[in-house]
Design a protein around this ligand. Sequence first.
Ligand code: ATP
Length: 247
Amino acid sequence: TGTPLLVVDDIEVVYQQAILALRGLSLSVDAGQAVTLLGANGAGKSTALKAVSNLLRAERGRVTRGRVLFEGQDIGRLDTADLVEAGVIQVLEGRHCFPQLTVEENLISGAVSRRLRGRALRAALDRVYDLFPRLVPKRGINAGYTSGGEQQMLAIGRALMARPRLIALDEPSMGLAPLVVEEIFDILHRLRDEEGISLLIAEQNAAVALRHADHAYIVENGRAVVDGPAADIAARPDVRDLYFGLS
Ligand code: ATP
């Protein structure tokens, strides 16, 4: 319906030493849609997410062509604070919680940009605990002492505290047991269904990602070479051969 929420239009990304990581990648995410980016190691999935959330500079990468539009507005030059304000937030690969802060303090840190206090802050925390009941008994424990799955939940919960419209997730399944991966994808599903939050998920675990996404792009060599409804992509014999053996 209408214009997509996020449009990545023909972007090229170059890292230092002239490494061409994206060579004209285009994709779009509609409001309330879960879109997954699949592809081998080094295909450019992480780079695509970093281009969306303007995180390339820290890695000495830059967009040398193309645009990133959010609700039709060019967001390519917004800093992280302005992106969060606009409703775009990324959950980084490796999760990046503050290990010395408690689980609840980590969650509260996610709400800083929204200046939530008192009842509004409590309500936002309660919503995260409702989605991630496993975090409830851990709320007073340092995040560094929680499991990998709990840290991934915490990273998503912290992103939620900023009330995003779109969450970009880099490899949410990485290093986690299959049951925990299912749990996390089920919750991502609920975020889409119950809150209308749009998702852009880079995943090497194609089987899981395709089961939970609406639309999928296959990234090869810095370009989206195939895309379609997730169910159609999952049924393609070439995709099955290429990616399902690996996951
Ligand atoms: P992975 O699953 O391993 O993260 P990916 O599909 O996300 O793979 P990218 O990490 O986006 O792929 O990498 C795309 C290309 O850019 C690769 O050739 C990679 O080596 C290169 N690259 C990524 N980060 C940098 C960097 N900071 N400096 C130089 N080259 C980089």
